[in-house]
Design a protein around this ligand. Structure first.
Ligand SMILES: [Zn+2]
Ligand SMILES: [Zn+2]
Length: 226
């Protein structure tokens, strides 16, 4: 409601930026071609995307992302500001400026649901970096479009992700590339995990172990599930 709106205003009067992309509402007649639907955890914030393939898709390991997302790293897909259509425009959103540490709309800033506080996107000066975990990716093809293409700020990581993707120490394309963990080290790590599983099994918790084991082997999500 109005409380949240005023918190987002860094300028006086009715903020003009709320009527511009990415917050302008596309009417049905505008020809906005819906390719994906997305929503926050509580469902108050809903949006659509008109672009099938993100301009880029990255995993960011910087400490700001770690704190803001309470996660080891963050996944973001880059879109143009007019690729997105928030069903309720600027309503039910809140803004945070991580540079000034203030609750206001000052680019670049973080955008969240004002009710459940799910992170929705980072709004930059020219682009938006939205969080694909909110997007309903229904087909394998859709998932492939959004698949992360590189890691950035890998120098600040809390865990290794040996997935063969390029890893930038800082900003992608503008820092040093860090080598993936050597394959034999990864195999050694896997072997130890297997050993621990077997030990647990022997100690008599077969149900737990089986469940964990299945999850870990179900694909490359194993690295993320830790
Ligand atoms: Zn929400
Ligand atoms: Zn980051």
């Amino acid at each position: 409601m109005d409380k949240e709106q005023s918190r987002g205003e860094s300028t006086t009067g009715i903020s003009e930026w709320k009527t511009r992309p990415p917050y302008s509402v596309h009417e049905k007649s505008s020809g906005f071609d819906v390719k994906y639907e997305a929503n926050c955890h509580c469902g108050k914030v809903k949006y659509q995307l008109s672009r099938r393939e993100p301009l880029d898709s990255k995993l960011c390991h910087c400490t700001t992302c770690q704190t803001q997302h309470a996660a080891p790293f963050q996944w973001a897909a880059i879109f143009h500001k007019d690729d997105i259509n928030f069903t309720n425009g600027h309503h039910d959103l809140e803004w945070y400026d991580p540079t000034e540490k203030s609750i206001e709309h000052k680019l670049p800033c973080k955008v969240r649901c004002s009710f459940c506080h799910s992170p929705i996107m980072d709004e930059g000066r020219n682009m938006i970096l939205l969080f694909p975990s909110l997007v309903h990716l229904k087909t394998d093809e859709d998932k492939a479009y959004f698949k992360p293409r590189c890691h950035m700020f890998y120098g600040q990581r809390v865990m290794d992700v040996p997935d063969g993707l390029p890893k930038w120490s800082g900003l992608s394309g503008d820092s040093d590339l860090i080598e993936d963990s050597p394959p034999d080290l990864v195999r050694e790590h896997e072997r130890k995990r297997e050993e621990e599983r077997n030990k647990k099994m022997a100690e008599g918790k077969p149900d737990e172990v089986t469940k964990e084991g299945t999850q870990d082997r179900s694909g490359d999500g194993g690295a993320n599930s830790q």
